[in-house]
Design a protein around this ligand. Structure first.
Ligand code: CP3
Length: 322
């Protein structure tokens, strides 16, 4: 999940001087921000500081992070010609700063703290490209998916190509695991996820696994498609807090690892409530191999850092890692 960010004073200090895109464009800064949580919190892995929408810029997408609005795309995809115009470049050319940040962080991290690289999932990235920003009902996205299947397929192919190359670049630069954030995939019915997204996701997962690196796929509100996410071939499926983790795991299957699933808002609760709920998750998974304790979605601004530290220490104390 998101690890760096506005809940940390160190991050806010850097953000006062630089925009999100500036941080991502400067390898030293991106590396510094990636390492901030590792210095403060007893986490087992780091995630490179970037954004799922960043690799769209070299494809020809005009992206801005507008204050208070989130991502805005000024030239959204609306027709076949828009997709045909998208460029797929070599990652060394397209996203050199992110790859360089990965090289720096990989050198700095202790050997037992792997660096996770990531990319956006197909539905989520397509939704930003088509809607031009965040969306509630994904009407334009689904309209294009249902109404212009050729355009949708070509978009999926371009994104699959870009994502596979991007993730290869990250692994070559030093990422030791890959997470695919299809955060809004749960907006699709299982039928539509299977028809319009899953075949393309399978290509991405397989191409990363060819490099011998484990793949985590994650989305929110995904109870209805957990079996499909697992059938992508991913090694790990991430689940949000809207599902009991043992029930989620049953749908995913024992041959996969599972990541999750504390509600990020619980980090604002009193300590005894946090502890009760962390223990409940660990009891549900009963110390089975292949559970990665995590939040069920990204950490929120204003989260008290002490509570994040508390959870990391608690999980290590009471789970078998010790
Ligand atoms: O350290 C880390 O956690 C890695 C960095 C990371 C960011 N974005 C940086 C960022 C990661 C893993 C992401 C993924 C991402 N970006 C997702 C998938 C995960 C999820 O949370 O669902 C999505 C949907 C995006 C798109 C995106 N980026 C949105 C919707 C927003 C605005 C939301 C907000 O809270 O304002 C962003 C901005 C963004 N990307 C921030 C960070 C730390 C916060 C804004 C800031 O610092 O100005």
């Amino acid at each position: 999940m998101r690890q760096a960010g506005r809940y940390m004073a160190e991050y806010r200090a850097i953000r006062q001087k630089h925009s999100l895109l500036e941080i991502c464009a400067q390898p030293e800064l991106a590396a510094q921000v990636t390492l901030q949580p590792i210095e403060r919190i007893d986490v087992d892995a780091a995630i490179i500081f970037a954004d799922i929408l960043l690799p769209l810029v070299p494809m020809g997408i005009d992206l801005e992070f507008a204050v208070g609005e989130g991502p805005v795309i000024h030239n959204p995809i609306r027709a076949l010609a828009d997709v045909e115009r998208l460029r797929v470049l070599d990652p060394e050319e397209a996203v050199p700063a992110t790859l360089q940040a990965i090289r720096i962080v990989s050198q700095e991290l202790p050997e037992d703290v792997p660096l996770i690289g990531f990319a956006g999932g197909l539905f989520t990235v397509a939704s930003y490209m088509i809607e031009g920003g965040s969306s509630r009902n994904y009407v334009r996205t689904k309209q294009l998916m249902y109404g212009e299947p050729e355009t949708w397929s070509l978009l999926m192919e371009r994104l699959t190509d870009m994502t596979s190359r991007y993730l290869h670049g990250q692994v070559r630069a030093g990422a030791r695991a890959i997470q695919i954030f299809d955060s809004w995939a749960g907006a699709l019915s299982p039928r539509d996820y299977r028809a319009y997204v899953l075949p393309h996701l399978r290509h991405i997962v397989a191409s990363v696994q060819d490099l011998g690196v484990p793949v985590i796929v994650f989305g929110t509100s995904t109870f209805g498609i957990l079996d499909l996410l697992a059938s992508s071939g991913a090694d790990v499926v991430g689940v949000d807090w809207r599902v009991d983790i043992d029930q989620g795991w049953a749908r995913i299957g024992n041959d996969h690892a599972v990541q999750g699933n504390l509600d990020p808002v619980l980090l604002f609760a009193p300590r005894d409530e946090i502890e009760r709920q962390v223990r409940a998750i660990l009891n549900q998974v009963a110390n089975r191999d292949g559970h990665i304790f995590n939040l069920g979605h990204g950490i929120l601004p204003h989260t008290p850092v002490e509570n994040v530290q508390f959870v990391a220490e608690l999980v290590h104390r009471i789970s078998e890692r010790g």
